[in-house]
Design a protein around this ligand. Structure first.
Ligand code: 5GP
Length: 192
């Protein structure tokens, strides 16, 4: 998605440790006009797919998924993160290693909001090693719901997540795929 790549080139800051900061439009200040274009793009790419619900993970996924859900005309649910979820049979729970925080979180979603028969599209801001996506997939499977696809804003194509997800036969639509980024020069190269 050209407008997104331009924005990443203009405002993205490459940090050591394979981290890209995009706080000016995605992860802190948010650009809802760009989010709307992203939502429309996913809606077009998933045209003909029978999706009934969007699922994301707090915190950064929420704003993006909410605007995307408006474009799809669908409800959106976010999985909650905490260090220690109390044992409670009203929720499905899984564990997710956080790439940026270097911690393992319990991630949960209420059984009320994810159910058998739901046809779910996962939306998230970044894809690195795929832990967040596979955690959400686990919650979907626990609920007996169906994973219809994954929409990602920025896939770091030099990390493992995208390859694994595609190899597992899961439909993955990343709006920008970064092939390489250099913390010394700040240069970002995209895959097309
Ligand atoms: P994964 O679970 O695929 O390893 O990492 C994806 C999650 O980690 C995303 O939900 C995102 O919040 C965070 N993340 C991974 N890489 C980056 C990055 O380069 N920049 C930012 N801002 N977040 C990232």
């Amino acid at each position: 998605m050209e407008v997104l790549e331009e924005r990443i080139k203009k405002d993205g800051i490459v940090k050591p440790g394979n981290v890209l900061k995009v706080d000016s439009f995605l992860n802190h200040q948010m650009d809802p006009f760009l989010f709307k274009e992203m939502g429309k793009e996913w809606k077009a790419r998933f045209h003909g797919t029978n999706i009934s619900k969007i699922l994301t993970i707090e915190a950064s996924g929420i704003g993006i998924a909410c605007v995307a859900a408006l474009c799809f005309g669908l409800p959106v649910v976010f999985a909650k993160k905490s260090i220690d979820v109390p044992l409670d049979d009203s929720v499905y729970t899984t564990k997710v290693d956080s790439f940026t925080k270097n911690k393992c979180f319990d991630v949960s979603v209420s059984k009320k909001y994810l159910k058998e028969g739901d046809k779910v599209l996962i939306i998230d801001d970044f894809l690195a090693n795929g832990c967040a996506v596979y955690g959400l997939k686990d919650l979907i499977e626990q609920a007996g719901a169906e994973l219809m696809g994954v929409g990602i804003v920025i896939e770091k194509g030099f990390q493992e997540g995208g390859k694994k997800i595609r190899e597992d036969g899961i439909r993955l639509e990343s709006l920008a795929i970064i092939d390489s980024m250099d913390p010394e020069t700040g240069e970002i190269k995209f895959r097309h």
